[in-house]
Design a protein around this ligand. Structure first.
Ligand SMILES: *Cc1c(COP(=O)(O)O)cnc(C)c1O
Length: 222
């Protein structure tokens, strides 16, 4: 058994079966992704379009690719035909471009709206107020080829466990509030993507439905 298989099995054994695992394969070679695929993993996360395009042709067609990094609007057309979910939607402009590129491909693209929950300025995403404005104005009427499936967020990189709890709790609470205000009868809006290798247990404890795990599966990145 490869380390990657063992790592995946170990991870799965420790979390509820309902929590989805996105195996974050950025910077890792295709051979490693294939090992994870052969161990049953189907969802992979990448943060660069160029790298994703090279990799996806080398994996079976039932591999689901999630974009998890900042995405430039002019790159959406390169991935619109196959991307399973764009988790890092951080502007209305991007959302509109995704919608129109999805229309050209005659498909609907699943999206998560990225909420800024960390203290650091560097982590992108909407504020809660921006999300409320966006959802109450345009999104519901205007966007027909995107499926808004929930929220994504990243906690501050810190040793302070209580702070991480607090930030994930704020994401879960934002999810519930937006769900009841804007998606009460929309089953698509169901995912809270939070938790990485260092904080996924806290995230699950606070209600994560989808964890994004890189180094714990594939080993440290250079
Ligand atoms: C790299 C990355 C991850 C995975 O990080 P690990 O700490 O290796 O698990 C998760 N989410 C996003 C947005 C990332 O860029």
């Amino acid at each position: 058994m490869s380390d990657i298989t063992a790592n995946l099995n170990y991870l799965k054994a420790g979390i509820p079966a309902s929590v989805k695992i996105v195996a974050v394969s950025k910077t890792k070679p295709v051979a490693d992704i294939i090992k994870a695929y052969n161990a049953g993993q189907r969802i992979f996360g990448e943060n660069r379009v160029k790298e994703l395009l090279i990799k996806k042709d080398q994996l079976p067609a039932d591999t689901e690719w999630h974009m998890i990094g900042h995405l430039q609007s002019n790159k959406v057309k390169d991935i619109a035909s196959f991307i399973s979910m764009i988790q890092s939607v951080d502007s209305l402009k991007l959302l509109r471009v995704i919608d129109s590129e999805a229309a050209k491909c005659r498909r609907r693209i699943k999206c998560l709206l990225q909420l800024h929950i960390a203290e650091e300025e560097t982590k992108t995403g909407f504020s809660f107020q921006e999300l409320t404005n966006l959802l109450s104005s345009v999104v519901q009427r205007e966007l027909v080829n995107t499926r808004i499936c929930g929220l994504m967020g990243m906690a501050t990189f810190t040793d302070d466990q209580e702070q991480i709890h607090k930030e994930f709790r704020s994401l879960a609470s934002a999810f519930r509030s937006l769900k009841s205000d804007f998606f009460a009868d929309n089953k698509d809006f169901s995912e809270i993507s939070m938790g990485m290798s260092g904080d996924y247990e806290i995230a699950i404890n606070e209600g994560s439905t989808m964890i994004r795990i890189g180094s714990l599966i594939f080993g440290e990145r250079n």
